[in-house]
Design a protein around this ligand. Sequence first.
Ligand code: ATR
Length: 290
Amino acid sequence: MKITGSTRVVGIFGDPVVHTLSPAMHNAAFESLGLDMVYIPFHVRSEPLNALEKALAGVRALDLRGLNITIPHKERALGLVDELDDNAREIGAINTVVNRDGRLFGYNTDGAGYLLSLKDEAGFTPAGKNIVIIGAGGASRSILYSILASGPASVILTNRTFDRAEALVNEFAPKFIGVKFYAVPFEPDALEAHFKDADLVVNTTSIGMMGRGELDIPLGALPRRAIVSDIVYKPLETGLLKKAGTLGLKTHGGLGMLVRQGAIGFELWTGRVAPIGVMQKAAMAALGIK
Ligand code: ATR
């Protein structure tokens, strides 16, 4: 990579930011298309609170081309940019910023990245399907919103803290009145009853990530056509996916979502088609996988 006076800078704001795979993915993509751009991680601390505001002012002042925003800034950043994509406004968080002549435009590409990876890697589209979503945190909001917007027959939301699932249903249901959409308790009996007709089950929590235990759900109740999807990508195959595989169910891991949420951002910053294969390979190399 050659950095010159004309190199455009893109970055990521997060706290922590040391483990991010995005620099590897995007720098490989810039290089493969011969773009004079570089992607840099910036450690923007959550304290003091105005650090994010100052960092975003820096994006305008330094004329950075754009950004990714990661934990813990995705929600606060939404209120600090100049324009918002509708999807980001509804989700309540942004993960991507484009700087257009000093005006910062906020997007949320997580849900769209997830749907793209489901389609590319598992041949699945949500329209007309029965879907169970586990988790009611930030990752769930993006995925849930994008799935609801794709015309499923039903969406069942379950979460350890039932009230959070119910609150999300109350918030999103009025926008999607054509979808059977409700919350159920995170208990084996309730899950079994809904797994019987499910086409897709998605884990949006971080359970299954290295050192965070394994998700234990009644996979045996799923029909043979069902896909089990996990947004965790470290390890690439979580305990949940392993178990689903041994039951003969189709599985879908989380790396494709990470790559594609980044690919959509790449296209917004560059106006070029993202080299998904290059980005995936770079992400795997950064994870230490060949
Ligand atoms: P994120 O933005 O990554 O989604 P979050 O907002 O902290 O993070 O949400 C984490 C999700 O994982 C929540 O749905 C959480 O359930 P609670 O709402 O009950 O906290 C879920 N979660 C985390 N650890 C869990 C565990 N051990 N068992 C079940 N659910 C868990």
